[in-house]
Design a protein around this ligand. Structure first.
Ligand code: GCB
Length: 603
């Protein structure tokens, strides 16, 4: 057995999210990582099922890597002899044996790294790994991260060597009843290190976070804060927007935080028609960082959504984070370009990134392309509403998403949840989450994808009424009249009862169609059925007086283990407007046509 020793107190500390990692001096650890499939978690638990790293145990931790540890005679687990997986990329689409694998895989990456300045601090950053991740460097545990879609960082300054560092990562994607999301979802639970891994080098005291956006309700005051991390907490801060000839100075308090307030007079507001971004330079005495930021206002008034004070109709589409052509999770800038490119071809000005936080590239590209964005917490269907740990988990994922993307002008809506069954516990859970979102970011709108109810006395009357609706800025609901609920012609007869004086959006509607399968409009699974359903649904929804936007389900076909019909579904949800091979279905053009008309109406 491999003999290792784990220090009781480790000289490393977990670090909150570092804002704008992509704008920093980084060293990529992407590429080939050795891996070991460990379905019984033998590298984590001893034969009494005690975790090796819970009680530091001199004989513990099989996988804590011979490069970092004393060598033993029996090397059952030898990364050097192991095959490799690409990072980033889900494991399921890299090896046929892993297609439906849910469990633990150990990854190892060796690397050399020389600091550019010996005084600097060094961090290891993960864009995301699904779902539970334990990270070890040179045999020491850095920490555990829970949640499959948000970034995390550990400081490694004291553990880093110039050569042959060994980064060992245990990723476990087993679904859990108490998890967020929980056991049951309509998408495939891709495992692995699914986003970039980087080394980030920063000064001893660095700018760890900043929030720079127009103040809620104001067109000419930028507010927010700058936060420092390190020993020199008390510093002068400077924020420059060279193109606006604006320079403002502040001083951080003893916690390293400075509230900022910067008047701006003449500037070009960010909008889909003109996605203007300004270079913003943030500096303190020991650090500086730059980023392109857009400035716009978003608010609601009665049933209207006002972007920069003008009513806007959100011409949207839902997107899962998958590349249908290559297969597997989307993770790169190129993937984002492909997905948002199709949204642009549909003449969308808005996308709903369902059902969990997508990669940071999506919102950054949406900023550049002029696409408004809905971002969503993975609170989906039936999570454990009464469990405090589940709430804390959902709260952390939401907070980390907001922290990551709060400077993106494109992001206008934080979504708390999708299709959650009404109960007191659920509504309290969502109310508390909304409170967290509003306290972290008062500038954006709050919503959730809610459900429709049918009047028991009249099946043609659909009611949107939800105890969570009073707490959102936009009432969004999913409806499947014509697919799960009757045939498309039923759309022609529906009466909607929606009493809220708020903007109403339809966060989902749709029908499955196998790309290339043709028939008449009453034949399920054909492109003609889906096309007809789109035509009738758009007509039906247009009759709702507060109708201010829609994001049909969904841009592309995506993998779902719930979808088992042979020769039609084959493990895929076929509600995409774009098929598995990238070909557009007929309904794509119905939606584009509708959006061209809406664009004219709202000019
Ligand atoms: C829904 C869910 C979505 C599903 C979709 C469907 O309401 O929000 O995750 O994939 O329906 O296709 O049934």
């Amino acid at each position: 057995m491999l003999v290792v020793s784990l220090a009781a107190t480790l000289q490393v500390s977990a670090q909150g999210i570092i804002t704008n990692v992509l704008g920093r001096n980084t060293f990529s650890l992407n590429g080939k990582w050795n891996y070991i499939i460990d379905p019984y978690e033998t590298g984590y638990y001893d034969y009494r099922y005690e975790p090796y790293d819970k009680n530091p145990n001199p004989s513990g931790g099989y996988f804590l890597d011979k490069h970092a540890q004393n060598k033993s005679e029996l090397l059952e687990y030898d990364f050097d002899k192991c095959p490799t997986l690409m990072v980033p990329k889900d494991w399921n689409s890299q090896d046929a044996r892993l297609l439906y694998y849910e469990g633990t895989i150990w990854y190892r990456r060796l690397f050399d790294y020389k600091k550019s300045n010996p005084a600097n601090r060094v961090f290891v950053y993960f864009g995301a790994a699904n779902y539970e991740t334990d990270v070890y460097l040179n045999g020491k545990k850095l920490g555990k991260h829970i949640g499959g879609f948000t970034p995390f960082t550990y400081e490694i300054t004291s553990l880093l060597k110039d050569e042959k560092n060994s980064l060992v990562v245990k990723v476990d994607n087993k679904r859990k009843r108490e998890g967020v999301p929980t056991l049951n979802t309509d998408w495939w639970n891709y495992g692995g290190i699914t986003r970039d891994v980087m080394i980030v080098e920063l000064p001893v005291t660095f700018i760890s976070d900043y929030f720079i956006q127009l103040k809620k309700g104001s067109k000419n005051l930028i507010t927010g804060y700058v936060r420092l991390d390190g020993i020199d907490k008390n510093q002068k801060i400077k924020i420059e927007i060279p193109e606006l000839k604006t320079v403002a100075e502040f001083t951080t308090d003893k916690n390293g935080v400075a509230d900022i307030s910067i008047p701006v007079k003449k500037y070009e507001a960010w909008s889909p028609a003109s996605p203007k971004l300004y270079q913003v330079n943030v500096s303190c005495e020991t650090d500086k960082v730059s980023e392109k930021i857009g400035f716009r206002t978003i608010e609601t008034k009665g049933a209207d959504i006002l972007l920069n004070g003008k009513p806007v109709f959100l011409r949207g589409i839902c997107i899962h984070e998958e590349n249908p052509i290559r297969g597997g999770r989307a993770y790169s800038k190129e993937d984002a370009q492909m997905l948002l490119g199709w949204a642009k071809e549909l003449n969308c000005n808005y996308v709903r990134l369902a059902h969990y936080p997508h990669s940071e590239y999506m919102a950054r590209l949406a900023d550049e392309m002029g696409i408004l964005v809905w971002e969503e917490n993975p609170v989906y269907w039936t999570i454990l509403w009464d469990n405090q740990a589940t709430f804390e988990n959902a709260k952390t994922q939401l907070s980390d998403l907001i922290t990551r993307d709060k400077n993106r002008a494109s992001v206008i809506i934080w979504s708390m949840a999708n299709e959650t069954p009404v109960s007191e516990a659920r509504t309290n859970f969502l109310k508390n989450l909304a409170g967290v979102a509003r306290s972290l970011d008062s500038t954006r709108l709050i919503s959730a994808a809610m459900e429709v109810h049918t009047n028991p006395g009249d099946p043609l009357t659909k009611i949107v009424e939800d105890p969570f609706a009073p707490y959102v800025d936009i009432v969004n609901f999913n409806e499947y009249v014509g697919w799960y609920d009757g045939l498309p012609e039923k759309c022609d007869k529906i009466n909607w009862v929606i009493k809220y004086n708020k903007p109403v959006m339809i966060s989902e509607f749709g029908a499955d169609a196998l790309q290339g399968l043709h028939g008449d409009s009453l034949s399920r699974w054909t492109e003609e059925y889906q096309e007809d359903l789109y035509k009738r649904t758009l007509k039906m929804l247009s009759k709702i007086p507060q109708f201010r936007g829609v994001s049909p389900w969904i841009l592309c076909d995506f993998r779902s283990p719930r979808r088992v019909l042979p020769n039609i579904q084959d493990g895929w949800n076929r509600k995409g407007l774009v098929g598995e091979n990238g070909t557009k279905k007929k309904a794509f053009f119905v939606l584009k046509n509708f959006y061209d008309q809406q664009e004219q109406k709202y000019k």
